[in-house]
Design a protein around this ligand. Structure first.
Ligand code: FAD
Length: 341
């Protein structure tokens, strides 16, 4: 340890598993509910409470839903200063809550927001922060095992933080499954909602939002249906795009297609891209490399279109069509015009 590591701490002073429930304009980011479901298992192992933490304005419904989804307690920081999102008020409020209440584990969705402010909490709190985690577990001593791809994705590293608390992680959206809310938990007062002191003031904020522009950003992790293109499309996305439109699907891609510059990197599926779990995943001209499969093998139904009958993608497909994608895609579109799904 160096002086920069901060003061030595007693891990026994830290308890509970926290999950950040991220809300914007009344909508909760789905990764929050995914984390709450997964964190429940951690809390059961350590014997801690599962605590949801939410920051924003008018959060009553969000707090109740967190209870319905399994939280033992919800910490609510409700104030207009938190709308719209800015890193400095969020980070300052979160840090104050962490220092005051001393959680053992803090899980934050690896969204733009989560990644933006997590460091503002971890650094001043001398916490350990692991980013872009894809698997979590906890040992008997309450030490979080945070796993994430390392060295360009060649290995999965398990990162421990034994000497500092809290143990923080930003988690990749889509890797865990959310649990359905149980309204009985609200009726039976199964959880407690705690309004916490808001420690930030508009006068102290160093940033001001003058204007917000929302561009065309793909969030393939939210899509119910996906048509993903691979190197086999050879730069011509037309047939796959038409298929996507016919079934109201988002377009996604393998890394090979992204590397060629045919499609935006935000749409890459796989180990170094996004993890998706749509109800329907159509792989068009994708070979099925393990690094790709890792990001889509939790899809409900997989359809693969490939002209190579031995392509590994067929091992992961519920329906395989061996053929030229430039013939198969238009044929499917034509069929869908008379028999929509
Ligand atoms: P190819 O492997 O070239 O496959 C193209 C397929 O299209 C072939 O199966 C071919 O038979 C078929 N085809 C060709 N023409 C037609 C046609 N006319 N009609 C029908 N089928 C046709 N990859 C990812 O996707 N996501 C990741 O996150 C990722 N991370 C990686 C991390 C690391 C550390 C490494 C080493 C690799 C990673 N990769 C990732 C790359 C991965 O190993 C593969 O190289 C990549 O997935 C291949 O993409 P592809 O299937 O589109 O291309």
């Amino acid at each position: 340890m160096t002086d920069d590591d901060g003061p030595a701490i007693d891990p026994d002073e830290y308890e509970d598993v926290w999950v950040f429930v991220e809300e914007h304009d009344g909508d909760v980011m789905p990764v929050s509910w995914e984390l709450l479901a997964e964190a429940k298992a951690l809390a059961e192992t350590t014997g801690d409470d599962l605590v949801a933490l939410t920051i924003g304005e008018d959060l009553d419904d969000v707090a109740e839903e967190a209870i319905a989804r399994g939280a033992d307690r919800v910490l609510v920081a409700d104030d207009p200063v938190f709308e719209p999102y800015r890193a400095d008020p969020y980070g300052e409020q979160f840090r104050a809550m962490v220092e005051d209440r001393k959680p053992s584990i803090v899980l934050i969705g690896g969204t733009h927001t989560g990644r933006d402010f997590a460091g503002r909490v971890a650094v001043p709190a001398h916490a350990g922060l692991t980013a872009d985690v894809t698997e979590i577990d906890v040992d008997d001593e309450g030490v979080l095992q945070a796993r994430r791809p390392a060295f360009g994705g060649d290995i999965l590293a398990t990162i421990l933080c034994e000497e500092h608390r809290p143990q923080m992680a930003t988690i990749r959206p889509g890797v865990f499954e959310a649990a359905e809310p149980d309204p009985d938990r609200i009726d039976s007062d199964a959880g407690e909602i705690v309004d916490v002191e808001v420690v930030v003031d508009e006068d102290d904020a160093v940033s001001e939002v003058l204007e917000r522009e929302v561009g065309e950003t793909a969030d393939i992790t939210e899509a119910d249906r996906i048509v993903a293109v691979g190197h086999g499309v050879e730069g011509d996305l037309g047939p796959a795009r038409e298929l996507a439109e016919a079934i109201d699907a988002e377009l996604a891609a393998s890394r090979a297609a992204v590397d060629e510059g045919w499609i935006d990197g935000a749409r890459q599926v796989g180990q170094t891209g996004k993890t998706v779990r749509p109800e329907l995943y159509v792989a068009v001209g994708i070979s099925g490399a393990i690094q790709h499969v890792e990001g889509m093998n939790k899809s409900d139904t997989v359809v693969a279109i490939n002209d190579d009958p031995n392509a590994p993608i067929f091992d992961h497909a519920d329906y395989g069509i061996v053929g030229d994608l430039f013939e198969v895609c238009p044929a499917l579109v034509e069929r869908l015009e008379t028999e929509p799904i």
